[in-house]
Design a protein around this ligand. Structure first.
Ligand SMILES: [Zn+2]
Ligand SMILES: [Zn+2]
Length: 96
């Protein structure tokens, strides 16, 4: 019988991930991009979709910290700088 113990299945994107087979035990699932490995396939899926390769694109203007999600930045500004940011209104009256 084919022994899969100790094998790591790597996926570099979500399509790769979907083609991976699910084994009950003895294998790990790894991210080909950052080499993180997970025991469960679905954990790798979450990593590939929401975590890996997501460069922090929201920067705090006050302390230059970077965040992956806008809402985290808003929370950071509220908690760290006590600044409340309202959503921009679509129609803003021009300032005279
Ligand atoms: Zn990764
Ligand atoms: Zn900040």
């Amino acid at each position: 019988m084919f022994c899969v113990t100790g094998i790591i299945f790597y996926a570099s994107n979500f399509d790769d991930y979907r083609n991976l087979k699910v084994y009950n035990h003895g294998v790990r699932y790894g991210c080909a991009r950052c080499r993180k490995t997970y025991l469960q396939k679905k954990t790798l899926g979450r990593h590939l979709r929401f975590d890996c390769g997501q460069s922090p694109s929201f920067t705090c203007q006050l302390c230059s910290k970077k965040f992956k999600h806008g809402y985290i930045l808003l929370k950071h500004m509220r908690l760290t700088h006590e600044i409340f940011i309202q959503k921009l209104r679509k129609r803003q009256k021009p300032i005279k």
